[in-house]
Ligand binder design. Structure first.
Ligand code: 5GP
Ligand code: MN
Length: 344
């Protein structure tokens, strides 16, 4: 038995919404990661076995190719590619699930469509400070992945039997990727009770690990070598590190979405480095990724300096300006708000 974390009243509401709905859409955040896709596709598979025929998964933009093996991924509609079709589906939906994000801003260009839609919105998420735009908000930051929340939701609706192997594979993927393959945010014993149930559904967890983590292109691995050798700056007295990649450098290494996944974590393997920042230049802005180990709240750093947020140990944001300016902001931040000065 796992603890009942989600409020019963919310479970019953969602159950009723699903039962009554004809058209359902599942939406997740921009640059979808393993948890965004895992929770969305996990719910998608559940709804399919529940015999809901009109269910769509919509993501704002393209997702990394190493998630294409996920069952159901071929059905995902990318808003950037098919904006009118995706917008129409959202508009016509009776129920809209908002998974793995806490504010409309996180779906970027899809935000106005989502806000205007009249269907019942249900947020299922684990980020701090959910904004109030959904009819039902199921937000538990102490849970390490939204995918785990989907597992809990299905069980609490008494539909565990309807969970297929495909559904279990998607849920496991999200649980695994949001905990760095169970190396952080992963000390809750019930995580392993759930994994045990997923294995009983027939998943091959070792294969899932390989399919996500060991499918790099040659150029991606060379970019990693370049980053570690030439692009990582260590701030010893601040116990911090910074990696930057310009658009030109990304092009040189034939960057495709997902290629820099995990780069931000690499400096944390240095003894004494407990805060790491990765700045990647994109067309519209500088994407900021922050990671910490221990008590340093990188979500507060993200909010203060980079208009972002996230979790205590994994957060991000956006910077509108040049890469050099973003570096200057980071260094300014370090001097004002460095991990050694945290009083907690
Ligand atoms: P990543 O570095 O993998 O892109 O993001 C790590 C975490 O930081 C995400 O799970 C998300 O919670 C948060 N995050 C990333 N970018 C943003 C952003 O622009 N705004 C906010 N509020 N959170 C972000
Ligand atoms: Mn997540």
């Amino acid at each position: 038995m796992i603890t009942k974390i989600i409020q019963e009243e919310k479970i019953q509401k969602v159950k009723k919404y699903i039962e009554k709905a004809d058209k359902i859409t599942i939406v997740t955040h921009v640059s979808p990661d393993g948890d965004a896709l895992g929770s969305s596709l996990g719910l998608y598979h559940f709804l399919a076995t529940f015999e809901k025929e009109n269910v769509a998964v919509i993501v704002p933009n393209e997702f990394p190719s190493f998630y294409r093996w996920m069952p159901g991924s071929k059905d995902i509609i990318v808003y950037e590619k098919y904006p009118d079709f995706a917008a129409q589906l959202i508009k016509e939906s009776d129920v809209i699930f908002c998974l793995d994000f806490n504010e409309p801003k996180r779906v970027e260009k899809l935000a106005p469509v989502l806000l205007e839609a009249e269907g019942r919105k249900v947020m299922i998420d684990h980020h701090l400070c959910p904004s109030d735009f959904c009819r039902v908000t199921i937000s538990y930051p102490q849970i390490s992945s939204t995918s785990e929340m989907i597992f809990r939701l299905i069980c609490r609706m008494s539909y565990f039997d309807l969970m297929t192997k495909e559904c279990a594979e998607c849920i496991y993927t999200g649980m695994m990727t949001d905990t760095g393959s169970f190396t952080y945010n992963s000390n809750q014993p019930e995580i392993y009770v759930i994994i045990s149930e997923l294995i009983k559904k027939g998943i091959d967890k070792d294969r899932i690990y390989r399919q996500v983590n060991q499918v790099y292109s040659e150029s991606r691995l060379r970019m990693m070598g370049y980053v570690l050798y030439e692009k990582m700056k260590v701030y010893k007295t601040e116990n911090s590190a910074l990696i930057t990649l310009s658009a030109e450098e990304l092009k040189r290494f034939e960057y495709v979405p997902g290629d820099t996944e995990g780069f931000v974590n690499m400096p944390l393997s240095i003894n004494g480095v407990s805060f790491s920042c990765f700045l990647r230049e994109s067309e519209e802005y500088i994407k900021v990724s922050l990671r910490s180990v221990g008590d340093f709240p990188c979500n507060k750093f993200a909010a203060k300096y980079f208009n972002g947020g996230g979790h205590k140990n994994a957060s991000g944001g956006e910077f509108f300006g040049s890469l050099d300016e973003a570096v200057a902001v980071f260094e300014q931040g370090l001097s004002e708000f460095n991990p050694n000065k945290i009083e907690e």
